[in-house]
Design a protein. Sequence first.
Length: 200
Amino acid sequence: MTLANLQEVADIFTDGGTVMTALLIVAFLLYTTATASLYFVVRGNLNNSQRKEWEKWIETPESAEGRIGEIIRYTVHGKRISIKRIQRRFDEVREIVIRSIDRRLIIITTLIAAAPMTGLLGTVGGMLSMFDGLAAGGGKQSMAMIASGMKEALFTTLTGLVIALPGMFMSLMVRERRNKIDSTLAQLQSAIVTTKFRKV
């Protein structure tokens, strides 16, 4: 990015008024939360890509790998294991993993909604500045106030939408991964029950 481009960005930020600071904070919170959420749902092996290994891992939990391995070791731990106990332990795992993702999604969707609303606040402020310029009558000062108000109204609305749109796509990616993790947990629970109690 050249110096001229940086100057142009700085000018847009300045012309947008004080609301641009609020939009910057919303953008920072949105993208840090969304990035952390994407990392959370992608890391580890909470998917069915290693499903062929599951039966072996269930039989010998100490050889199980990644987050799937942690879940297997936790759910089959103990001498007196039963279907109800496995069910209860999987409910606990879902409470930790799925609810954690859901809480992050609530924050992300709230920030996505906040971005255009904050931009709209800047639009209202810009319109008020334009009306002040119109009320001041003619002349250069009046035209400058109208132009400044128009810039504020347009830049804040545009910035709010630009912040929200990529956030929506990131939210959809997190939600899709969340559903896949939930499905994987259900499949893993079924695999553990059928492997451990196949003779019942």
